[in-house]
Design a protein around this ligand. Structure first.
Ligand code: ATP
Ligand code: MG
Length: 937
């Protein structure tokens, strides 16, 4: 049986048993802080199990995309573990229980109409105390006792070992179904979890029956397919073998099951599937959390390729094969293969660029460890290797483990400044507890009224005070007794809780007895949580309040949110359809919009994005929304983001005829309410992700005024037109740079012309011209916009000072190279110049020496001296040929320096010294001549 057929059969079977067919949740459920990736089918139903949401159905079935980081080390080694895999499941929320769950599992597996597996091949396990399950298998199904094992809590309880070790909360025994292979070995294909207890404290007597019992099952789709297809491993099933084969071709290595290369090819197959799905969902390889896991998987696969001799990116070539294999259920993968492959290729190249030197370093580390007898890899070394060569520590650890070396994780974390957090998501609580969760169970839902109004009469349903982890519900609060942040939950509210990137509302909750100021609003599941402070009076549970949103603030947020949709549209139109939203943040007349694109946008392109956006604004198109079934929205061509979880029905926001997006945010009612969209910047946030920051409404207008004013002010300083502001600033910066070089004695440029205040008045210019010119100026002087005029003023001052200094040097005592050459005397075949150069600074003197050496045909020795403010500076230099003869400027200068009461030295070809006795200078110059004569003798 084909895998696609198995998947479909499972879902239809449970539909015939009255189950709602639920689509897979996303792979990276950002709504659930307790996991990085969806680990099982039940994850999306957590709140259903606990009665924290309204139930539209009490039976569900799904095929869930899962990723388990805990199984990474097993991949390629065992026949049955992947990181990415699909889990088939059926769920009961207080509906049917053990009897049906067991009977249906058996029917689906053995009935000829469904899988038709030979019952003799199946064995099961139950929890040791679960007589009920044992009886059902034995008496109702007729399975002989010999084929039912009773296992301990570490094997057959969920969560594992919960009865003795916790955590407190819902839990229950499970029953696993195993298939016996031809070899006699068994493989677990399906796990049925019977959630029937609430654990309270430690044993004994700590498992209380739940009033409403649940069923949660998980069948490994690849495992079951491998059994049905009678192949040796999951990797040999119809949807995976072609990827293994493609990997073998791309890597130029034949696939052999029992070989190191075979294991590598399987690992590449698994990892490329995981990475394809994640990147498709816009989870790009990166430094943190889920993104880091993807980076690790990708690099691990690249290492496998490297070990098979590859030196160029290869994995990305497998993306289309993955999409092809998975397209029956995930046709959307076909739409993004190009983008996914591009992101993958870039990450591969990055790693290939450093992998050789990284492995080299690892080799050296191992070598040192061996010779010093150490067995633990130094954590600091690992941190260093990650930062310089991008070798993930987990990979280093794996390579080390192959040599039986251990790994100093504490040292690594200390070196990275981390605090023991693991990226794997371990240690996080599976189910959250606390006052908010209690309120969720009690209320399930808080109606949001804010699409239509900004004020409502609402009832206080919960008041929470206290710091996180110590927070608790209270019946009432009085203004003078409350310290810190208080949270209020109402039955219904016009306040928007932060979500979808849009920040929460602020405002007030007022009753005749008290006023509560809301400074922020958040969402937790279906609840709206008002954060703030009681300003006066008191507030009690059950009080009726008038909840009023701060309208100007909300309006500013609405403008900014609508602007993100417009920008998205403009980006799609100019940059391309791959320029999809990656994230956003919407505040009052301020927004940040992240989108996929490898390269920075050119200035030209960015200008087009902005002008298209503003054309949409000026069009004054109506902004409407309606609730539609998800399928209808898809049909209508609404923009859907991969990796986003959409409810059904979904809220579709449309603007004129150009934009349809699925969005829960609050919006302007016509595009022209936005006023203006002013883009502030475009920058990189992560590999392949760019970010635009922009303003709307009043803030955009203010920004424009500010730029116009600053540009005018700067142009006036430079006396140029606004349009030429950028060029003129560049000129000034270049001139100052050259002047600095010249006065410092380096550089051979001619003295540049002064950039002076021109005659052109600071005429007004078209805004976009003014902004471009002004931004160019800001980039040239490398300061923030506000600082530009000040910086230009300072540069103008610096320029005239440097210029003055240079003129002084040039005219110092009428001295020039020619004058100095004229003073040269021939001593033993060498030219000797010993001279005083008043006014020249050390840089200038060095420059002269340099030029004299270049100009002289004979070997030459020069010693220049000057006095400034009672300080003598001496610099001596000799030609390279003299150095080669063993002579040294350093040795030459020493007695000269002593003669003026000082010291110094330097290299054989150039030496510098100082002294404190200017009066002795004539004597010292004589010492210089005598010493040189002596040195040549
Ligand atoms: P195992 O002990 O084999 O790792 P598990 O006890 O972790 O399995 P469950 O958490 O009960 O598995 O998940 C339900 C089903 O999902 C399993 O019966 C198995 O068929 C499948 N499954 C679990 N982990 C993986 C994996 N890493 N790759 C493929 N299938 C898996
Ligand atoms: Mg497991």
């Amino acid at each position: 049986m084909k895998t696609d057929e198995l998947r479909e059969k499972y879902l239809s079977f449970f539909q015939t048993k009255g189950h709602h067919r639920q689509a897979s949740d996303v792979l990276v459920p950002t709504w659930d802080p307790s996991v990085l990736f969806t680990p099982a089918g039940m994850n999306q139903f957590k709140d259903h199990f606990l009665g924290k949401v309204k139930l539209d159905f009490t039976r569900a079935t799904s095929c869930q995309k899962c990723l388990r980081t805990g199984d990474i080390d097993n991949v390629g080694r065992t026949a049955y573990h992947h990181t990415f895999f699909e889990m088939l499941g059926n769920f009961s929320f207080g509906d049917y229980f053990k009897n049906e769950a067991v009977a249906w599992a058996w029917e689906f597996l053995t009935d000829k109409k469904w899988l038709g597996i030979d019952p003799a091949r199946l064995t099961v396990t139950v929890y040791k105390d679960d007589d009920e399950a044992f009886k059902i298998w034995n008496e109702k199904i007729g399975l002989p006792t010999a084929r039912i094992s009773r296992l301990e809590e570490d094997e057959n309880f969920w969560p594992a070992s919960a009865p003795s070790q916790g955590p407190d909360g819902v839990c229950g025994p499970c029953s696993e179904i195993y298939y016996t292979l031809d070899s006699g070995k068994t493989v677990e294909i399906w796990n049925l979890v019977f959630t029937q207890f609430n654990r309270v404290g430690n044993p004994p007597d700590n498992l209380r029956p739940l009033p409403s019992k649940n069923i949660d099952t998980g069948m490994g789709m690849e495992r079951t397919a491998s059994v049905l297809q009678n192949v040796p491993t999951n990797f040999h099933i119809d949807i995976l073998m072609p990827i293994v084969q493609a990997a073998s071709e791309v890597c130029g290595v034949p696939y052999q099951y029992e070989s190191d290369h075979g294991r590598r090819l399987r690992r590449i197959t698994d990892h490329v599937r995981a990475c394809t799905f994640a990147i498709h969902e816009n989870v790009y390889p990166g430094a943190k959390k889920a993104r880091y896991v993807i980076k690790r998987l990708l690099r691990r696969a690249v290492l496998d390729g490297h070990q098979m001799g590859l030196r160029e990116p290869f994995m990305h070539q497998l993306v289309p094969v993955v999409a092809e294999m998975m397209k029956a259920v995930y046709p959307e993968l076909l739409q993004t293969t190009e983008r996914v492959a591009q992101v993958m290729k870039r990450e591969e190249s990055d790693f290939f660029a450093t992998i050789d030197s990284g492995l080299d370093r690892i080799g050296k580390v191992f070598h040192e460890m061996q010779s010093s007898g150490r067995v633990m890899v130094d954590g600091r070394e690992a941190a260093n290797l990650y930062q310089t060569h991008g070798v993930p520590p987990e990979m280093f650890q794996q390579i080390a483990a192959e040599k039986n070396y251990t790994f100093d994780w504490d040292g690594y974390r200390a070196a990275m400044g981390e605090h023991g957090e693991k990226s794997g998501g371990g240690g996080m609580e599976l189910f959250e507890t606390g006052p908010i969760e209690t309120l969720k169970e009690a209320l399930q839902h808080c109606e949001f009224l804010g699409y239509e109004k900004t004020q409502s009469d609402s009832q206080v349903k919960g008041i929470i005070v206290g710091k996180p982890k110590e927070d608790h519900l209270v019946g009432s609060i009085k203004s003078d007794a409350v310290v810190g942040m208080t949270r209020i939950v109402l039955d219904r509210s016009p306040f928007y809780g932060e979500s979808g990137g849009q920040l929460g509302d602020s405002g007030q909750l007022r009753s005749p007895k008290g006023t509560f100021e809301v400074t922020d609003t958040q969402r937790s599941g279906e609840l709206i949580i008002h954060y703030g402070k009681l300003l006066s009076g008191e507030l009690k549970e059950g009080d009726m309040v008038t909840a009023s949103v701060d309208e100007p603030h909300r309006d500013a947020i609405r403008r900014a949110h609508s602007a993100t949709h417009i920008l998205h549209h403009a980006l799609q139109k100019t940059v391309g359809s791959h320029a999809q939203q990656q994230g956003s943040k919407v505040d009052a007349d301020w927004l940040r919009f992240d989108f996929s694109n490898q390269e920075p946008l050119t200035e030209e392109l960015l200008k087009r994005v902005e002008s298209i956006s503003n054309a949409c604004v000026q069009e004054a198109s109506p902004i409407d929304w309606k609730l539609v079934p998800l399928a209808v929205a898809r049909e209508a061509g609404a923009m859907m983001l991969f990796g986003e979880k959409y409810p059904d029905p979904v809220r579709m926001v449309s603007m004129g005829s150009f934009s349809k997006e699925l969005c829960g945010g609050t919006h302007a009612s016509r595009t022209d309410e936005i006023g203006t969209i002013e883009i502030l910047s475009e920058e990189s946030v992560a590999s392949g992700v760019r970010r635009i920051t922009a303003l709307t409404g009043k803030r955009a207008v203010e920004q424009r005024k500010k730029i116009e004013q600053l540009a005018g002010q700067t142009a006036a300083l430079l006396g140029c037109t606004i349009a030429s502001l950028g060029d003129k600033t560049m000129e000034l910066v270049t001139a100052v740079r050259k002047l600095k070089k010249l006065t410092g004695g380096t550089g051979n440029d001619a003295i540049p012309d002064l950039v002076v205040k021109g005659k052109s008045p600071a005429t007004s210019a078209d805004y976009s011209v003014a902004r471009a010119a002004f931004k160019q100026a800001a980039r040239a002087v490398n300061v923030s916009l506000e600082e530009v005029p000040g910086r230009i003023e300072a540069l103008l001052v610096e320029q005239s000072q440097l210029h003055l200094q240079l003129q002084q040097i040039a005219t110092s005592g009428g001295m020039s190279i020619e004058d100095l050459l004229g003073q040269a005397e021939l001593v033993g075949g060498t030219q000797l110049i010993v001279a005083e150069t008043p006014h020249a600074n050390a840089g200038m003197m060095r420059q002269w020496i340099d030029q004299l050496r270049k100009r002289s045909a004979d070997p030459i020795a020069i010693l220049l001296a000057n006095c400034v403010d009672d300080k003598v500076t001496l610099i001596a230099g000799i030609s390279q040929t003299l150095v080669e003869r063993g002579l040294s400027a350093g040795k030459w200068i020493t007695p000269v320096a002593e003669a003026v009461g000082g010291g110094g030295g330097g290299k054989p070809d150039l030496a510098q010294a100082g002294g404190k006795l200017p009066a002795k200078l004539p004597e010292a110059l004589q010492v210089a001549k005598d010493t040189w004569h002596a040195m040549l003798a």
